[in-house]
Design a protein around this ligand. Structure first.
Ligand SMILES: Cc1cc2nc3c(=O)[nH]c(=O)nc-3n(C[C@H](O)[C@H](O)[C@H](O)COP(=O)(O)OP(=O)(O)OC[C@H]3O[C@@H](n4cnc5c(N)ncnc54)[C@H](O)[C@@H]3O)c2cc1C
Length: 458
């Protein structure tokens, strides 16, 4: 809106892998971005101009080429972007260009939701209750402009086409489940569909991967196709139609977890790379390339973990409950460093988000803010029985176990031989033997944790 008010608009997108460096957008997200840019260009009457490279230099050149007097953007909060945007700001100001940046992606700015002593919260509940809800109400979303006056520059020296960006992954094709459709219009459809069908029962249902209670809004949020303000206020508008208050409260709270992750990332820039709790620097992670690969490809022999990892590989998404179980299996049962898991998710998720991914992995690993304690270890068998009791989710992604009765679906290694034979399963042949014994690997993780603590206190 600020850009439109400033005069004739030249909308641009710069793919800046140079400044992003290790945090360049991963494979699945590139797939999303490709389609998202196509949708954005369409809604801008084909006027979106595309660039690739160092955004600092590109913007400087573009301002010279076009004579632009004002440059506007929505603020980003990843540490590398903050540093880069400061450089852009300094350069443009020096050239006499007005710069306007706005908040389009967070309900509360990271510097608004602070403790009374001015330091950031490390625990979610006070962050949300005191830091956010006690602060100002998130502003109402601004209506899309009815008409935009575009600047006409048909030929810009370094402009590319969207396909020049080579965003389509070559190593795998993301299937169109669960109905992925990047773009603003589809984001609104997803929100409406969720408010019509998913919000009632969300509080409990969000834990069940086969239920209809996930909004699937995360990639749309990640790519700015919908703002948290639109979600927040759409929910408020429909609140009188929601049967149980807890469902709306829980959904708001989940959206606020995203805010918490951004708050952490903004105040602790090395969140993606370093244990938030330094005591974990002494943890003895195992190096096990074969186990890591089996986990990545959903071949661990632990059905709910394999279902999640295959969902990720096939669709670019994984249900939140299963993300927690699969991540816990990696960092605890396999004792592989959480950063390995975060890297794989980064490449495979269409919603890969530096704040959410880093904060969530640290949370699961027990080394993050408000983390699940390391010694609380998910049991994938009981998680499966509890949250996928009819096996709909697990059978969908692990079809080789489809004929196994529910009772054995999550621990086929315990099933009697005749049951396996009737179901057409030969462990080690048609489906892997479990990579580790769940009980022993749990104990191994607990011992490593206690060794780490002993080493620290001695
Ligand atoms: C190991 C691990 C890695 C994760 N990596 C990412 C990631 O890269 N990107 C990402 O967006 N989320 C990540 N999450 C959080 C969560 O799994 C997803 O946000 C959620 O599954 C998205 O599905 P949804 O939109 O249907 O969620 P809904 O349940 O419908 O929630 C609505 C929105 O709230 C936010 N939200 C929900 N749960 C969380 C949460 N636990 N933490 C932060 N925000 C949340 C998301 O923006 C989500 O779109 C990760 C979780 C784990 C355990």
């Amino acid at each position: 809106m600020a850009a439109i008010e400033a005069g004739r608009l030249l909308p641009i997108y710069i793919l800046d892998d140079e400044n992003a460096d290790a945090h360049r957008i991963g494979g699945a997200s590139r797939w999303w971005l490709h389609h998202s840019l196509i949708a954005l260009n369409k809604s801008l009457s084909g006027k979106l101009r595309i660039f690739r490279g160092d955004a600092v230099q590109i913007l400087q050149k573009l301002v010279q080429e076009t004579g632009a007097k004002t440059v506007t953007w929505n603020r980003c909060y990843e540490p590398w972007r903050i540093l880069r945007d400061k450089k852009i700001l300094a350069g443009l100001k020096e050239s006499g260009v007005e710069v306007i940046s706005r908040n389009g992606s967070l309900l509360w700015e990271p510097w608004e939701a602070l403790k009374p002593d001015g330091t950031p919260y490390r625990v979610f509940t006070p962050f949300y209750r005191k830091g956010c809800l006690n602060s100002k109400e998130p502003h109402k979303p601004i209506k899309a402009p009815e008409k935009i006056k575009f600047a006409t520059f048909d030929m810009l020296k370094d402009a590319h086409s969207i396909s020049d960006l080579d965003l389509q992954p070559t190593n795998w094709e993301i299937k169109s489940e669960p109905d992925w459709a990047p773009g603003e219009r589809h984001a609104q459809d997803k929100l409406n569909h969720f408010l019509d069908n998913g919000i009632n029962g969300y509080n409990q249902g969000r834990n069940f991967p086969a239920s209809e209670n996930s909004s699937y809004l995360s990639p749309h949020l990640r790519f700015g196709e919908i703002s948290p303000h639109q979600i927040w206020h759409a929910l408020a508008f429909r609140e009188h139609m929601i049967e149980n208050e807890e469902d709306a409260d829980q959904f708001r709270m989940e959206v606020a977890w995203r805010e918490f992750s951004y708050n952490l990332l903004c105040h602790i820039p090395d969140l993606p790379d370093k244990n938030l709790q330094p005591k974990f620097d002494a943890f003895s992670w195992r190096k096990d390339t074969a186990a890591l690969k089996a986990w990545q490809r959903g071949q661990t022999g632990i059905p709910i973990v394999d279902a999640g990892m295959r969902e990720l590989w096939q669709t670019g998404f994984m249900h939140n409950r299963v993300r927690m179980v699969a991540a816990s299996f990696l960092v605890k049962n396999l004792m592989i460093d959480w950063r390995e898991g975060a890297r794989w998710f980064w490449d495979c998720l269409v919603d890969a988000d530096l704040a959410n991914n880093s904060a969530s992995w640290q949370w699961v690993a027990g080394c993050g803010a408000d983390a699940a304690p390391y010694f609380r270890i998910f049991n994938p068998t009981t998680q499966g029985l509890r949250f996928d009791s009819k096996g709909e989710y697990t059978r969908k992604y692990v079809p080789e176990l489809a004929c196994l009765p529910d009772k054995w679906l999550f621990n086929p290694w315990d099933a009697p031989q005749e049951i396996l034979s009737v179901a057409g399963i030969t462990l080690g042949k048609t489906y892997p033997e479990p990579l580790v014994d769940l009980k022993m690997s749990r104990q191994r993780a607990l011992n490593a944790y206690s060794d780490m603590k002993t080493r620290q206190s001695s």
